[in-house]
Design a protein around this ligand. Structure first.
Ligand code: G3P
Ligand code: CA
Length: 257
């Protein structure tokens, strides 16, 4: 069976491992990020929040309840408390003992090995998180374009405007939920003033929206692809990349060899 795009287009399709290769390993753990790198994803996507004692940690939900053996809000737990938790067993016993990583641990382990798509998750709960993220990147000289790309994105668009001011050399992105199906040209132009990526939920992606986003100079990586069919459909629509739990859905494309 032929896929929907040519081999040449396939080679250009950007492959983002969502929360790491989270179809294969527990999301937002070092195991999931390493799996994304092993599967040759172009980027790993990570969700950054802040602990009670001001440390940057990688966690999707605003509580630790779903993905660890603990309970409580990220903002009410210290890093030390979170480091005691098992962030792997909920996914499979094979990953028992995986820890919640810090942002700095992820930067130190994966810099130069993969692109990193950094999501500022619920930044309204964490005043000053943009400055902390910027500081960690600047300390490592990761605040300018490099051979491996860094992109900073959020559903909280003001937070991205703030981050862009702190890190003007890095590309930024806006995340859009289902309520943005009717985004106006004026809103697109406003986004394009500080963002390089317009990353929507798959359900609002149409050929017209892709054309309009491209017309103002932004790229589009929709989230979250979880099946081969969804990935093929997005390829046929000419998106620039996909955010997927299964990086193999990009490279398993029949046109690839
Ligand atoms: O990268 C986009 C995607 O991660 C946004 O949704 O809920 O998985 O963080 P969520
Ligand atoms: Ca995310």
């Amino acid at each position: 069976q032929e896929g929907p795009i040519s081999k040449q287009q396939q080679l250009k399709m950007i492959n983002v491992a969502h929360r790491g290769a989270s179809g294969h390993a527990p999301e937002n753990t070092m195991a999931a990020f390493q799996k994304g790198v092993d599967m040759k994803a172009d980027y790993i996507e990570i969700d950054v929040q802040m602990s009670k004692d001001g440390e940057l940690v990688i966690m999707h939900d605003t509580t630790v309840d779903r993905t660890t053996n603990g309970t409580g809000a990220v903002k009410d737990l210290t890093l030390e408390e979170m480091k005691q938790l098992d962030a792997g067993s909920w996914f499979s016993e094979k990953f028992a003992g995986e820890k919640i990583p810090t942002f700095e641990e992820v930067l130190d382990e994966f810099r130069g090995k993969t692109g990193i798509l950094i999501e500022l998750k619920s930044p309204e709960r964490y005043p000053g998180i943009e400055e902390k993220v910027a500081k960690a990147l600047i300390e490592r000289n990761m605040h300018k374009p490099n051979n491996k790309k860094m992109v900073i994105q959020s559903f909280h668009h003001e937070s991205i405007e703030t981050s862009k001011e702190l890190l003007p050399l890095l590309p930024h992105g806006v995340l859009l939920g289902g309520g943005w199906a009717g985004v106006t040209d004026e809103q697109l132009a406003d986004f394009a003033a500080y963002a390089d990526y317009f990353n929507p939920t798959i359900s609002i992606v149409t050929p017209e929206l892709i054309d309009r986003v491209h017309a103002v100079g932004m790229k589009m990586y929709p989230y979250t692809s979880r099946s081969q069919e969804q990935a093929y459909e997005l390829f046929s629509l000419n998106v620039d990349g996909i955010i997927t739990d299964y990086p193999e859905h990009v490279y398993d494309h029949p046109g690839k060899n």
